[in-house]
Write a protein that binds this ligand. Structure first.
Ligand code: PA5
Length: 440
């Protein structure tokens, strides 16, 4: 096991009775999830996914990844929400942010509607060989659809229609949606997202695995870690459930914002993935912890003041990576003009660790308690375990809260308004109504 949850800096805030009652309830939630009797059960395919996945498709993913690496300098991954954050999170954990190699670079598009980003990206790829992986479970999401329309045209002009097809890979539903229809009509290679796995739980399907494999992260190990986690977090008393119980206990005493904290820049997008996972799963029926994120120590110099002394309705979840993949020792300086010789001989890891310990205690003293998720080190296997840890904790946490963690009805509201304002056929009445209320 590479993950443990340290609750010592929250114990004083929570009553034993409260914990006991949540522990009792967690058993019911476990049964609801595993027996598929809870709300949203039709989207719980991720529970057994680490062992019950399509092995043929998995091999196809590896073959396609090798082909993409041969054919492209850049793979452009088009997708939004659950169709991009998982891949981005995992790839960022393993890539050197500065090193330009001759390996295939993976970049992301279709996760906003910015002309400036699109223009910059087109300049960046103009003289490069590219491949595209367009990902959308519904196959109808506007942001990636717009981006793909532009990229399809770009590629067809660059390579010709027939050759462009060999560089486009579509990941979508097995039959529904415009993307499936388009991919079949054009003859693209396709990958299928299982019906019973929702977007934000889909990183261990082709959605995440194809881009991750192109980035040379070992997807066999990733799945191995997730399979191990499936075993570990299937026991009645486990670390994922412990995390779910404590965050719900904190919510019950008015700690309504959870801030995920990391001390490694490569974890930034993991936090973004976690924010979507928990935010979209729990924020409904006017309930739910608001998931936020900070990158420390960077943000101690911007958000630290608020966390220490602002509104007291927050707690932190610290991702504590115990073993770094690099070490940098601070040297002695004879003149010591900067006064830093007290650090000589220490590694940056040790300093980072002390920053973490000092911050946890300071925030605890300031009434902002911390749950600490201890992770041995960042390896593909441990990351597989970490992904599953949070997925399982999220499913259980949502049931503890009393919501359906596997739907996202609220996401549709902005879309209806946007389509109406853009004049999409069928939205004529809505357009009139919104224009009458317009204050821009
Ligand atoms: O978790 C979810 O279901 C959503 O966040 C989706 O991933 C996101 O809206 C993108 O949807 P799609 O993959 O259908 O384009």
């Amino acid at each position: 096991m590479s993950i443990t949850v340290n609750t010592k800096y929250v114990e004083d805030f929570i009553s034993k009775m409260q914990l006991a009652s949540l522990k009792k309830k967690v058993k019911e939630c476990h049964d609801m999830l595993h027996n598929k009797t809870g709300e949203g059960a039709e989207f719980t395919g991720w529970v057994d996914l680490p062992v019950q996945y399509d092995k043929e498709e998995f091999e196809k993913i590896k073959i396609a990844a090798e082909k993409i690496k041969r054919q492209a300098d850049i793979l452009i991954v088009i997708g939004i929400g659950g169709s991009y954050l998982g891949a981005r999170a995992v790839i960022d954990m393993f890539k050197n942010p500065f090193r330009r190699t001759n390996k295939t670079e993976v970049i992301f598009l279709g996760n906003q509607i910015s002309s400036e980003y699109m223009t910059s990206l087109l300049y960046h790829i103009v003289d490069k060989d590219i491949a595209v992986n367009v990902i959308s479970k519904s196959g109808t999401t506007t942001e990636p659809a717009i981006a793909f329309r532009i990229l399809k045209d770009f590629m067809e002009r660059k390579y010709g229609k027939e050759y462009a097809k060999t560089r486009i890979y579509a990941t979508t539903d097995k039959e529904k949606g415009a993307l499936r229809k388009l991919a079949e009509t054009e003859g693209y290679e396709t990958f299928t997202i299982p019906d019973d796995v929702g977007g934000r739980f889909s990183v261990l399907t082709a959605v995440g695995l194809l881009p991750i494999a192109v980035a040379d992260v070992d997807i066999d190990e990733l799945m191995e870690g997730a399979a191990l986690a499936r075993e570990l977090y299937n026991q009645p008393d486990n670390e994922a459930y412990k995390y779910a119980i404590y965050r719900n206990a904190l919510y019950k005493i008015g700690k309504k914002t959870e801030i995920m904290v990391n001390y490694e820049p490569h974890m930034h997008y993991f936090t973004e993935w976690w924010k979507q996972l928990f935010g979209e799963s729990e924020g409904k029926d006017h309930k739910g912890i608001f998931p936020a994120g900070v990158d420390f120590t960077t943000d101690l110099h911007s958000m630290g003041q608020y966390i220490q002394e602002g509104r007291r309705d927050l707690f932190e979840t610290v991702l504590h990576i115990k073993n770094s993949r690099a070490e940098f020792i601070i040297k002695e300086d004879k003149e010591n003009l900067d006064g830093l010789n007290f650090l000589a001989g220490k590694s940056m890891n040790e300093i980072n660790e002390k920053a973490m310990q000092g911050t946890v205690i300071a925030h605890y003293d300031g009434n902002a308690p911390s749950l600490i998720v201890d992770i041995d080190e960042i390896t593909p296997k441990n990351v597989g375990e970490l992904i599953y840890f949070f997925e399982k904790a999220c499913g259980i946490s949502g049931y503890l809260l009393g919501v359906n963690p596997f739907n996202q009805p609220g996401v549709e509201e902005y879309k209806k308004n946007m389509f109406a304002l853009l004049g999409k056929p069928g939205y004529e009445e809505k357009k009139k109504e919104l224009e009458a209320r317009m204050k821009f």
